[in-house]
Design a protein around this ligand. Structure first.
Ligand SMILES: [Zn+2]
Length: 117
């Protein structure tokens, strides 16, 4: 399962970020996941629970925002959402090319608690 390794890396990154901001606890993490990655929310959640155990990330809620893959038409430059079983441009019918949209995997937001009130 590649969710395991990406989630481990994610937890490491979130920890570094949280500690650099003097966080005592992380309450929520907003994650952006492109659907092209194929990562399953349930798996990410599962591994997150595992890897965050015993850290200041433990118990944080994981809010996943999925990004639909987008395709770009090489003919008319239209960027469109991929439909099942076809790559054809809805405007001119030319087969589109994959873009980086839909490949995302990063932390967008992080809610932290610090000692200051
Ligand atoms: Zn087109």
């Amino acid at each position: 399962m590649h969710e395991a390794s990406v989630t481990e890396a994610l937890v490491k990154l979130a920890l570094e970020e949280a500690l650099s901001r003097d966080a005592l606890r992380v309450t929520a993490i907003g994650l952006v996941v492109g659907e092209t990655t194929g990562y399953m929310g349930e798996s990410l959640e599962f591994y997150f629970r595992n890897f965050s155990k015993g850290t200041i990330l433990e118990g944080a809620s994981l809010n996943i925002a999925y990004v639909k893959p987008k395709i770009k038409c090489p003919n008319c430059s239209l960027v469109f959402e991929r439909k099942k079983f076809t790559f054809e441009c809805p405007a001119c019918g030319t087969p589109g090319e994959m873009t980086g949209i839909g490949n995302e995997f990063y932390i967008d937001t992080m809610d932290i608690e610090t000692g200051e009130r």
